[in-house]
Design a binder for this molecule. Structure first.
Ligand code: IPM
Ligand code: MG
Length: 398
């Protein structure tokens, strides 16, 4: 049958692409060393909707904290415009070539939300710009911290970011009118590098527990492989205990107060990580409160984890959009490029302004503060000599 032949050809092409990708992974590039790079180029990609508005505030704060580095030529900012749904739709690509070229000239990217079209939207059904960027820059680790001190929650999620159900998400086959098939991919190299990163993180930070999440009882081939590789990697870390959970019961246990404290470092394939980190962010106070780091050996990208809220722009409310998530991402960026103290300060200021002191509030509407006012509040808090003391007091009183 013609349709079977077509499907076979399609499948063959996919396998070839994946085998090539494996060869690239095997080349094992060295991790970039920011201490040796001058200038470290930070690209700011505003994206869609409220993206450019909130990114501007995060950039202002970064420029403030990195002033010395900027002055002595260690840090350079670049604004990369045009990663908008209109431009992407025009060329029918998740990331237009010229923009990808600009992005690749940077070292780290601060990225606002980008609209992901789904079936039925007015836009062509192009791939998500996030997913494409993660793949193009080989950002294999999606690192998402979630903390709720009063509940003893201190979680670090390591979501595999370049394969799983996502890698061929836009390359499924409609074999005929009735049969649709998607693919899920796990490779030895892809699983190993994310699992190792999670164990390394646990070891470095004296955290004695790594949790692996799969659905290996049902999705036997790919998730089974992920779990098997975890077993092997774990042998290299005898000082770190580990356990494994299936994703269904894991989503339940994540909201079980008796269990929450037991989870510490959690590592899992792409789609489970997508779902679990939204659940975790909600426990912390909503997806708007979480930041997301996408880490690869050469590049890294830091992003807000909420959407582009086009309605806020249409209704003239963009200036009231909450920049907290992108500011959180900026704090992660600082830590990643070798400014851990500045990062910690920004985290503390964000906690104070957003969760504890709340002198001004953002509501997303004109009855609340603007993003600019909020950014100013953060900066005033940052320069407060009593910042750390204040933050600690809030932690105790919680
Ligand atoms: C995220 C988002 C993305 C994802 C979307 C926008 C494609 O939900 O960063 O978690 O599914 O990875
Ligand atoms: Mg998500």
């Amino acid at each position: 049958m013609k349709e079977i032949e077509k499907a076979k050809e399609h499948f063959e092409k996919i396998i070839l692409e994946q085998l090539e990708r494996i060869e690239r992974m095997k080349k094992d590039v060295e991790w970039i060393d920011y201490s040796k790079i001058k200038p470290i180029i930070i690209g700011v990609v505003g994206g869609d909707g409220i993206g450019p508005y909130i990114c501007r505030h995060a950039q202002t704060i970064l420029e403030f904290l990195l002033k010395e580095g900027i002055d002595n030529g260690k840090i350079e900012f670049r604004t990369i415009e045009g990663l908008t749904i209109e431009n992407r739709a025009k060329v029918g690509k998740a990331i237009p070539d010229d923009i990808l070229g600009e992005i690749k000239k940077c070292h780290v990217i601060l990225k606002g939300p980008t609209t992901t079209p789904k079936k039925g939207d007015p836009w062509p059904n192009i791939e998500s710009a996030n997913v494409a960027m993660r793949r193009e820059l080989d950002l294999f680790a999606n690192v998402r911290p979630v903390k709720v001190p009063e509940k003893g929650i201190d979680w670090m999620f390591f979501r595999e970011n370049t394969e799983g159900a996502y890698i061929l998400g836009s390359k499924g086959i409609n074999v005929n009118e009735d049969l649709a098939i998607d693919f899920k991919v796990i490779t030895t190299q892809g699983a190993e590098r994310i699992i190792r990163l999670a164990f390394d993180y646990a070891k470095k930070n004296n955290i004695n527990k790594v949790t692996i999440v799969t659905k290996a009882n049902v999705v036997k081939t790919t998730d089974g492989k992920f779990l098997k590789i975890a077993e092997e990697v774990a042998k290299d870390y005898p000082e770190v205990e580990w356990d494994d959970w299936f994703i269904d019961i894991m989503t339940a246990k994540l909201i079980d107060p008796a269990r929450q404290k037991d989870f510490k470092v959690i590592v899992m394939p792409n789609l489970y990580g997508d779902i679990l980190t939204d659940e975790a962010a909600q426990i912390q106070g909503g997806v708007g409160t979480a930041g997301s780091a996408n880490i690869g050996k050469r590049y890294a990208m830091f992003e807000a984890i909420h959407g582009s809220a086009p309605r806020m722009v249409e209704e003239g409310r963009a200036k009231y959009a909450d920049p907290s998530s992108i500011i959180k991402a900026a704090a992660m960026l600082l830590n990643h490029i070798g400014y851990p103290e500045e990062s910690k300060k920004l985290d503390m200021a964000l906690d104070i302004c957003h969760q504890y002191e709340k002198k001004i509030k953002i509501t997303g509407r004109s009855d609340g503060a603007t993003g600019e006012e909020f950014a100013k509040y953060i900066m005033d808090t940052l320069v407060d000599p009593k910042l750390e003391e204040k933050w600690k007091n809030y932690q105790i009183s919680q």
